[in-house]
Structure formats: structure tokens, C-alpha cells
Design a protein around this ligand. Structure first.
Ligand code: PLP
Length: 387
């Protein structure tokens, strides 16, 4: 394609490392994919049924720009019950097309050209690109397995310049599975306050934690007023295809996000908002069931990978394991490519997730237990050759 017509910003974007890889997977048979970043479960029945009913009832119109008021009210109540954080459903929340849109709104509303956003990496592949699209400059701040992939407060201090506008964090983390500790988050909060920075906290996996507590960032002292909380339904409720997320934050910030949303999206899909409301009121037991199953798979894969000599930090959140592939004596792209070609197992090279990801691969356990067992057997054959 002739790139002459594309804006410099768009022409300079790199294709996602994940997409490239999955285009190859799509052409192959008998692949066990540990590459997927979405629940393998279908959306729970009551939620599905409410979507169907909404269609049959002719709920085919726009909603308020901010989203259905009852959904915002229920969501505000949900956040208050779970974490004790309060938001005014009228002025401090907007329902979006996934966290993807919520993040886009926040960055577009907050950044002037050249503003820097510090991103803790490895991270969700869209963060850097979304900052660039909003005219900002992403500044990667790597985390390391020896720190359990927690942020290093000194590294954060060192990354701050007069152009730093915001810090973007995502815990529970994609791709490492790390859950942020309260101590480190408190330290991050102190630094944000000291330098008057906004914090964008992507908590899309908040309910997928195993044996630990998720700390909701805006509940920390002084943080509610400088945080945009980004959350969603895709992962917790197995609703990726419905495309519903939200942003919540102090009214002066939120009204900025809402302005962008008004002119770009208008309102999130009506049927999906109705289903999301059902998820909040009826979804808890299904979330608990799915979480239990993820946990069973998590223990299988983490133990299995470590037994094969692939050093794996114990992830306490999301649905990813992030083994080091250092023993195999090759880089993560080569490892992933050879594993796919020779054993038909798909994983994602860690370097696709930014600084600190090289030398690792992401293995999603959002796939059936038996498939993970089979993938581990294939990996064993692979490691006999390369380990
Ligand atoms: C950390 C993180 N944030 C956001 C998203 C996007 O989620 P949504 O489906 O709500 O747009 C993903 C999807 O993989 C993710 O892993």
C-alpha cells in the first residue's frame, strides 16, 4: 500500500507483534494455542439471555453519551462495595467500547503534543501505540522477574522529566500475571503527588486474582483525585466480544474524556450495556467459577514450566504465565517460532510487550486444562532438544 497518504503518526506505528504471529498460526493445523489473550469461556447464560431479550425488546437506539444511567449507578455501587471507592455516576463515569476506548479517551483528553507518559513494561501491546496516537511520547520503564515484576520506585523517579504528564500501569498484569503490592503502589502514589502526575490505572483483570487481594489504585491516600480508573467486562465476565468497558475519575478529568467520547463514539453499544448490567447483578457466581478453573490451570502450567527448567515467576493475577526461556539459548522470537514449527504450540514472544519482556514468552492459560497438559508434553519434547 502507498503510505504517502497516511499521517506520520500512523505510518510510524509498528504492527503488533502478536498479530504478526497469529497470522502464521491461522495457517497451521493441530496447533495448541497458549497465545490467546481472552477467556475461552462463552459469556455466562444469564448475561447472554439479557442481551437476546434486549434485542427482542427493540433496544436498538443510542443511549446517553455516558452510558445507561442504571448501569453507571450499579457500577458505582459495585466499586464501592468491592473497594470502598466512590464515584458520582452522573459526572464521574463513562461507559466505553472496552478498556481500549477508555484508554484512548484518557490519553486524548490529557496529552498535548510531546507530553510523556511513563509506562511500566512488559505491558498490554496497545499502550505504547495509544500514547503515540494521542500525540504523546511513551517512556518505557521495565520491571524484572527478580522483583516479581513489581515497579521499581527509583526507576520511576529517574524516568520523570519536566514533560512527564502521566504514569500508566496495568495490574493484575498482562503479560506477567503480577499483582502490584500495596507498598509499591503507595510509593508510586507519593511520587505522583510529588511531581503532580496523573495515574492511569488499567484494572481490567481486577477480579482474576488467586490467593491475594487486588489493590484498587484510587483507594490509596490522595490518589482518587489524580487517577483515571480503567475497567471493563471483557476478562472478568468473559465478554470480550461485547466490547464494554468504563473510565471513572474526578469530574474535571472525566468530563474531558466524555467530550472525546461524545464526538468519536457517541455511546457504547446499547445491547451490550444491558448485558453488562446483568453481569454486575447476576455475574458473581460465574466469575467465581471461572476464577477457580483458571486457578487450577495456573497451578498446572506454572509447576509444569518450572519442572521443564523454564523458570517461571508465580503469577497471582490475570491468566498468563511468563516463563524465562534463557536456558534454551535463543531469543524469544526464535523460541516461539521454533516451538510453533516443530511442536505446534503457540506462545507469544515476550519482546512484543515492551522493555523487560525479551527472554520470556507469554503462555495464556485461558484454554482447556487438557490442552495445557498436551502443550506441556510437547514443550517437554522441545526442551529435550534445546534445554
Ligand atoms: C491489560 C489490558 N488492558 C486492556 C485490554 C483491552 O480490553 P478491552 O476488551 O476491554 O478493550 C486488554 C486486552 O487484552 C488487556 O490485556
Amino acid at each position: 500500500m502507498d503510505k504517502r497518504y497516511l499521517s506520520e503518526r500512523v505510518a510510524a506505528l509498528k504492527p503488533s507483534g502478536i498479530r504478526k504471529f497469529f497470522d502464521i498460526v491461522a495457517t497451521m493445523d493441530d496447533v495448541i494455542s497458549l497465545g490467546i489473550g481472552e477467556p475461552d469461556f462463552v459469556t455466562p447464560q444469564p448475561i447472554l439471555q439479557s442481551g437476546i431479550r434486549a434485542l427482542e425488546d427493540g433496544e436498538t437506539h443510542y443511549t446517553s453519551n455516558s452510558g445507561i444511567l442504571e448501569l453507571r449507578q450499579t457500577l458505582a455501587e459495585h466499586l464501592r462495595t468491592l473497594y470502598g471507592v466512590t464515584y458520582d455516576p452522573v459526572s464521574e463515569m463513562v461507559i466505553t467500547v472496552g478498556v481500549s476506548e477508555a484508554l484512548y479517551l484518557a490519553l486524548t483528553a490529557l496529552l498535548d503534543p510531546g507530553d510523556e507518559v511513563i509506562i511500566s513494561t512488559p505491558c498490554f501491546v496497545a499502550y505504547q501505540a495509544e500514547v503515540l496516537l494521542a500525540g504523546g511520547v511513551p517512556v518505557e520503564m521495565p520491571t524484572f522477574m527478580e522483583d516479581d515484576f513489581q515497579l521499581r520506585p527509583q526507576a520511576l523517579q529517574a524516568a520523570i522529566t519536566p514533560r512527564t504528564k502521566a504514569i500508566l500501569i496495568g495490574y493484575p498484569n498482562n503479560p506477567t500475571g503480577a499483582v502490584a503490592s500495596r507498598e509499591v503502589l503507595l510509593e508510586l502514589g507519593r511520587i505522583a503527588e510529588q511531581h503532580d502526575l496523573i495515574v492511569l490505572s488499567d484494572e481490567i483483570y481486577d477480579q482474576l486474582v488467586y490467593g491475594v487481594q487486588h489493590v484498587c489504585f484510587p483507594t490509596l491516600p490522595g490518589m482518587r483525585e489524580r487517577t483515571v480508573l480503567l475497567g471493563g467486562f471483557s476478562k472478568n465476565y468473559a465478554m470480550t466480544g461485547w466490547r464494554i468497558g468504563y473510565a471513572a475519575g474526578p469530574a474535571d478529568l472525566l468530563q474531558g474524556l466524555l467530550r472525546v467520547h461524545q464526538y468519536t463514539i457517541m455511546s457504547a453499544p446499547t445491547i451490550a450495556q444491558i448485558a453488562a448490567l446483568e453481569a454486575l447483578t447476576q455475574g458473581d457466581e460465574y466469575v467465581a467459577e471461572m476464577r477457580e478453573e483458571y486457578d487450577r490451570r495456573r497451578r498446572l502450567i506454572v509447576t509444569g514450566l518450572n519442572q521443564l527448567g523454564l523458570a517461571t515467576f508465580e503469577p497471582h493475577g490475570a491468566f498468563y504465565a511468563f516463563p524465562s526461556i534463557a536456558v534454551a539459548g535463543m531469543d524469544d522470537e526464535t523460541f516461539s517460532q521454533k516451538l510453533l514449527e516443530e511442536q505446534r504450540v503457540a506462545v507469544v514472544p515476550g519482546s512484543a510487550f515492551g522493555a523487560g519482556g525479551d527472554g520470556f514468552v507469554r503462555c495464556s492459560y485461558a484454554t482447556a486444562y487438557e490442552k495445557i497438559e498436551e502443550a506441556l508434553e510437547r514443550l517437554e519434547t522441545f526442551m529435550r532438544r534445546y534445554g
